[in-house]
Structure formats: structure tokens, C-alpha cells
Design a protein around this ligand. Structure first.
Ligand code: FE
Length: 341
């Protein structure tokens, strides 16, 4: 090639390069199992602060994990955000997450709410207490999850099915502290105390209790909060018949779980991915979770919303939530043996 041709080529490629770098605004791609309304306003704040555009894909938790797995190294996703430590553990096992070391994350999120190796980080806390029908149950007679198997509660309990990860995680937490043998005996007792074969979601347990089918329900608090404040009069009336009881306060504390996020194995924007998770763990983002979804901040020192404050403070189980994933398959088999449908 002659000199003139060489220079023309050089100039053209320089022009091309600079135009692509002008076009490539900083971005990060997020797969989120949280609905758009529950995450988008926070992402907008992040963009405003950092100039990094967030491309959001929402979907069902299990479908998004399947998608991540099948896309493999071609996945556009940089961050995977989902609910339940059990699911985050599944993502880690499926090798779609990579470990992250971030001083900011390690200092803002308590150790029990993040993976010890940095594969995932809890971003909001969800409590799963006992709820009881006011006037029908004396809260003084309630104490622990374990006590839900007591013969006195025969036919009085509503709880959803064992194929739900929330119950699997609850049982995993019990295996961790009580052992498998004791937990299986407990699960059999609980099944014997169920008012009806498990059906429906958490809200349906609250509704069934309100309708007189049972006296006690087990459900995540954000469902209770949404029923009370969500604008549906019949759901509000149902929830108002119940109150929250925080179990195991003299022992390990009430069972909690998280929503959380990790950086994907094949992230193309890893630095931005870490920045996004750090932002979601920041104090300003944490307060928003409690306001909008009746979840609890994962970091200490963030004021809970008015509704949460009304339910009173409670001691949360400080079991490292990676245990929930480790014990998930044992929990599933145990519930099956106990006849928990
Ligand atoms: Fe839920």
C-alpha cells in the first residue's frame, strides 16, 4: 500500500474509532425479577447520579435464571437481581454469577445478608412472621415457629405449599438450627395442624384467616403491607382482621430472607455492574425499599417506613442466608416426607 492510501486508511479508522467511542455511552444491563415499578425509580436515580444508563429486562425469577443459563457467554446481562437467598444460591450454583470484592458492599451490608464469597449481596430484607386473627388468638399463646406444631393448634393454620421457595427457605433455616430429625417431626405436626391442604399465595393465607378458615397464617410482611395500603377495600378489610406476631424473639429471631443481586459471570460492563449494586445498597436507595414495598432495609441505621414502624421492631434471625441455599434440597425432601403438599 502506498503512503497516501495508508494515511487515508489511518484517518478513516481514527474517525471510526472516535465516533464509536462517542456513541458508546456508559451503560449496564440488568435482569430483574423485581417488577419494573419496584425498581425503575431507583435505576433512574442511579442514572442521574452516575450518567450510566440502565437497560432493564424484567421477568419471572426462574425464567430469568433459565435465560441466563441458556444465553451463556452471549448474555447481555451484567447484573442479575432476584428474590430469595435460595434463588441467588441456585444462580451461583448454575455458575452464572461471579464473585465481587467491594469494600463498600462489605461495609454497608451485614455479613449474614451477603454471600461469604461475594457471589451475591442482599438489598432488601423480607420478614416471614406469624399472623393471627385478632380476638380469636391470644398472642400470649404464640411463641415460636416450632410451637406451630403443638396439638392445640390442630386445624388452625393456613400456610402455602411446599413448592414455594419462601417455605423451603423457612424450613432450611429450621434444619440449620434444629437439625433434620427434629424439623421433620415438626413439619409432620404442622401438616397435621393445617386447616386445609395448602393452596394459593401468601395473600390467600391472610384472606383465608380473615374469612374464618383458620386462625393463624404464615406470610411475608410486604404482602400484609400491600393488602393494608394497596387500595383494594376487600383486601384491606381482610388484613385488618389480623396482626403480626414476631416469633422466636427469645431465641434466634424471626425468619428473614432477602432480595439481592450479583454480577453475572459474562458481564461486559463489570465496573458499572458493581457501581449499580453499590448504589442499590446505599442509604438513599435502602430507604426507598421500605417505603415502596414494605420491605426492611438491609443495612443498619436506615429509618423504616411508617407502616413498618407500626408493626414494631423485632429481632431477625442472623443465620447466614447462604445456609438457606445450601440446605434447600434437604428442606424440599423433608417437606415431601412430611406430607406437606
Ligand atoms: Fe413474594
Amino acid at each position: 500500500m502506498n503512503l497516501a492510501k495508508f494515511f487515508t486508511k489511518a484517518v478513516i479508522s481514527t474517525l471510526l474509532l472516535s465516533s464509536t467511542s462517542l456513541l458508546a455511552a456508559p451503560e449496564v444491563n440488568l435482569y430483574s425479577a423485581r417488577k419494573e415499578a419496584l425498581i425503575k425509580p431507583l435505576l433512574d436515580q442511579f442514572t442521574e447520579k452516575t450518567g450510566i444508563t440502565v437497560n432493564l429486562v424484567t421477568g419471572k425469577a426462574d425464567a430469568l435464571l433459565t435465560r441466563l443459563k441458556s444465553e451463556g457467554r452471549n448474555t447481555p446481562a451484567d447484573v442479575f437481581l432476584t428474590t430469595d437467598a435460595g434463588r441467588l444460591h441456585r444462580a451461583e450454583e448454575a455458575k452464572v454469577l461471579q464473585p465481587i470484592q467491594s469494600e463498600s458492599l462489605n461495609s454497608s451490608i451485614p455479613a449474614s445478608y451477603r454471600d461469604p464469597e461475594g457471589y451475591w449481596f442482599g438489598l432488601s430484607l423480607r420478614a416471614r412472621p406469624i399472623m393471627y386473627v385478632k380476638g380469636k388468638v391470644d398472642p400470649k399463646t404464640l411463641s415460636t415457629y416450632e410451637a406451630l406444631a403443638a396439638p392445640a393448634l390442630k386445624g388452625k393454620i393456613c400456610i402455602r405449599s411446599s413448592n414455594n421457595i419462601y417455605n423451603q427457605s423457612l424450613v432450611a433455616s429450621m434444619i440449620s438450627v434444629d437439625g433434620e430429625v427434629k424439623t421433620e417431626t415438626w413439619a409432620k405436626g404442622l401438616v397435621g395442624n393445617m386447616a386445609r391442604p395448602p393452596k394459593g399465595g401468601d395473600r390467600d393465607q391472610i384472606k383465608a384467616a380473615a374469612a374464618g378458615q383458620c386462625d393463624i397464617a404464615v406470610a411475608n410482611t410486604y404482602y400484609f403491607g400491600k393488602m393494608l395500603a394497596g387500595g383494594d377495600a376487600s383486601q384491606k378489610a381482610a388484613a385488618e382482621k389480623l396482626a403480626i406476631f414476631w416469633p422466636n424473639q427469645d431465641g434466634r429471631g424471626t425468619h428473614v430472607n432477602i432480595s439481592g443481586a450479583g454480577v453475572t459471570t459474562h458481564a461486559k460492563h463489570k465496573d458499572n455492574a458493581v457501581k449499580l449494586i453499590e448504589f442499590l445498597a446505599s442509604e438513599e436507595a435502602q430507604a426507598w425499599y421500605a417505603q415502596v414495598n414494605y420491605e426492611y432495609p438491609v443495612r443498619e441505621g436506615v429509618k423504616p417506613s411508617k407502616v413498618l414502624a407500626e408493626w414494631g421492631s423485632f429481632k431477625a434471625d442472623n443465620l447466614n442466608l447462604s445456609q438457606l441455599g445450601d440446605l434447600n434440597s434437604k428442606a424440599v425432601m423433608l417437606m415431601d416426607r412430611a406430607g406437606w403438599k
